[in-house]
Design a protein. Sequence first.
Length: 365
Amino acid sequence: MWPSIDIKHELANSVSSVPQGAVALEPTNPRQWLKLTLGVRRSKRLPYLPGFPCTRAPLTRTALREAYGSDPEAVARIQDFANQHHLIVTKDERLSARIGLAGTVGDLCAAFAVGLMDYSHPELGEFHARTGPVCLPSELNGAVTGVFGFNNHRILRRIASPDLVSHLWAHVAKPCVALLEFGRCVNERDLAAHFARKNQPAPMVKIVNLNGASSLAAPDSAGDVLRDVEAASAQADGATIAVYFSTCDAKGLVDCVARIIDDDENAPQVVSINWGCDESQPLDGHIVWSPATIEHVNESFLSLAHLGVTVCVATDDARARDGHAFVSFPATSPYVLAIGAVSDTTQVPPRWPGRKPGDAKRSAA
């Protein structure tokens, strides 16, 4: 009898590139422990929601999970795949349609037929990344919608302050407002000290720290996060503010948005995101967003829309060129409320590698 051949197929939209200017150092240590997030096929495709939110009743999280959660057959296939390749299932989140896998770099690379290299970049620092597509065996065809975590270079930058969007939730009676942060994590003690210095009562803040955000933080100070919380609390008096901290790579964004879907305890009614980058904006010549990342985050935004959650995303109000505004992802998502505008009136400092003072000018609207 001929031995069976494990034929692998390319996962759609999984091709990625390394930012230009990165220098390959060496293959990533095959014994290094690595965690991935996999998008899982849903039992039914999420329908588009036409019209205004006020014209429809939102789903509960239970109803969303039962109607559109992870396909149980897809989950079983992925679990079998993990067992065959010496991988550990770290999470199975049916509502947001995600599975977490962990293992050594060697086992993960063999399982998904990729090579992983360590790189150094003058602006992004050191990171590991793959090139080319992710490949899956035939039994996983259609079961996996995305694989995130092989590349951990930064794709996000701060693009605005919550001042632009926080007034939109001020009319809601004592809501829970979610802030997505990809900078350095702060704690309750930092917040209490910040508001004590200003002789102001500290708001009710809940910290949700994902993915060890402090180990892969954007070049952002804790003071910026504190000012974000202050701006939100000033506009949404009496609201609980849930601050979600994550890493600023693709996996960090995917996990952070999906965590809000799963968060039945805090159940935010409004989400504010003030980070992003043009979905077609090259970082020193190479596009940093993979199509799979955009698709997966968009699906999460659509899930939040079904739950009746409003996602407010600042446009890149620091970008203008030749009199034209350039809106960043995730503000370009069709499932979010994009807030902000640009013009050619005031210079702003650079906030991204390769950008020079005077390249972008802004005024908020």
